[in-house]
Design a protein around this ligand. Structure first.
Ligand code: ZN
Length: 252
């Protein structure tokens, strides 16, 4: 009996460690390509990937687009906020206070009016300031910035596109659309780092389409990225899953 107890303790310890070592990836999509996102619902579903969609210009959503976003939400994806007019906080003429009042909170109200629970914000053009971050964290659980492969290196070298259990409320993300030129081998370096360090890698893209143009991600590339998630058995998370993911990893 005593041995069985020891065995169970060791077994549970190993289980905890396995969860703890796992790591995750967050796929985010920005702006308003609702039709193209909805057209690829099956792709997300077949790999069990849940993503976060950051919506800009919510005033201009027509009823078809609202229905599309509701479909995505019913599939388990997160609908989140990306500003009222897609204005950068850095180019905004007034203070961050006024930015929050004019560009952020009205967008949240519109999206909440459509029935979405808005908990995350992605800065238009990916730029923020520490002052804006601390102000917006009074209204959102998570803030996402954006970057690209500016050092022309492997993406595992960018510390701020990985969040960990100590720091995850403000995150940067790596662009993976066609124009960002992140090869699948390069993407794999990021996934391997996330798994190795139990971090969460944050990625962003825009429209899903087969046209090789800026701010478009090819469905084949996306599918191969999803296959890497399966290959490394790492978690697919929405932005809002991040805190819970780290809590479970520590205390399952
Ligand atoms: Zn955007």
């Amino acid at each position: 009996m005593k041995h069985l107890v020891y065995f169970l303790i060791i077994f549970l310890f190993v289980q905890c460690r396995n969860v703890h070592d796992r790591g995750g990836v967050v796929f985010t999509f920005d702006d308003q390509s609702v039709d193209e996102w909805v057209n690829h619902r099956g792709l997300f579903e077949s790999y069990n990937i849940r993503a976060t969609f950051f919506i800009s210009h919510p005033k201009t959503l027509d009823s078809m687009m609202i229905n599309g976003l509701q479909l995505l939400a019913s599939d388990g994806h997160e609908i989140a906020c990306h500003g009222l007019h897609h204005v950068s906080v850095l180019n905004f003429a007034d203070s961050p206070d006024v930015y929050l009042k004019k560009e952020v909170l009205p967008a949240v109200n519109i999206l909440e009016g459509f029935g979405f629970d808005i908990r995350s914000f992605a800065y238009p053009f990916g730029e923020s300031t520490p002052q804006a971050d601390s102000l917006l964290l009074g209204h959102f659980e998570y803030l996402r910035k954006a970057t690209w492969n500016m050092d022309d290196t492997t993406i595992d070298a960018y510390d701020d596109i990985f969040v960990n259990e100590h720091s995850y409320k403000v995150m940067n993300s790596m662009g993976i659309d066609y124009n960002y030129r992140i090869s699948l081998e390069n993407l794999e370096t990021g996934i391997r780092r996330a798994r190795r360090n139990n971090e969460v890698l944050v990625l962003h893209a825009h429209k899903i389409d087969t046209i090789p143009e800026d701010y478009i991600i090819h469905p084949d590339y996306l599918e191969q990225a999803f296959q890497l998630i399966n290959k490394y058995n790492i978690a697919s998370l929405r932005v809002t899953d991040i805190a819970g993911f780290f809590e479970h990893a520590i205390d399952p």
